[in-house]
Write a protein that binds this ligand. Structure first.
Ligand SMILES: [Zn+2]
Length: 162
């Protein structure tokens, strides 16, 4: 069936779709927008569902995008805490921040994976995680005990026991 729909090509398409969703009678829509009632009925049955599905999909992507921004914000704050904790040698806080940063990355990877419609990214080979790990291990170099604890925690992540 060719898509020669007088509604789909109508300049008031959005208004008509909205009216249909709101339950406005076909006849009133037809007279208001100067189209046939039959065209309204046909459009409602065949084209409106697809339009609605697309709109919902777009909204979901937008929401995921928003969430991604929030997680990125959170990650930036977590890394700032980690940096401060390293400077003041608060190892316990640093370790907590490392754990937090790791779960943020996991969430980020998941969100990015969903946005890209790709299978989930493996965070252990993600450049962000490798960089973070290098920074952590380097920063803890002068602090023997904390370094051992951090390495243990990182290995736990590697074994999936985070
Ligand atoms: Zn249509």
């Amino acid at each position: 069936m060719p898509r020669a729909c007088t509604i789909c090509t109508h300049t008031d398409l959005e208004a008509i779709n909205r009216a249909l969703v709101e339950g406005t009678p076909n006849r009133r829509i037809a007279s208001q927008h100067d189209v046939t009632e039959r065209a309204v009925r046909n459009h409602k049955a065949n084209h409106l569902p697809e339009t609605l599905a697309k709109a919902q999909e777009a909204e979901e992507v937008a929401q995921a995008d928003d969430l991604l921004g929030q997680v990125q914000d959170l990650q930036a704050r977590t890394l700032a805490i980690l940096e401060a904790a390293e400077e003041t040698r608060e190892h316990r806080t640093a370790l907590a921040a490392i754990r937090e940063a790791h779960s943020n990355l996991e969430l980020l990877a998941k969100l990015l994976g969903e946005l890209d419609e790709r299978p989930q990214l493996n965070i252990l080979i993600s450049p962000e995680w490798i960089e973070l790990r290098t920074v952590i291990v380097g920063a803890l170099e002068p602090h023997g005990e904390a370094r051992v604890a951090a390495l243990k925690a990182i290995e736990g992540i590697g074994n999936g026991r985070a």
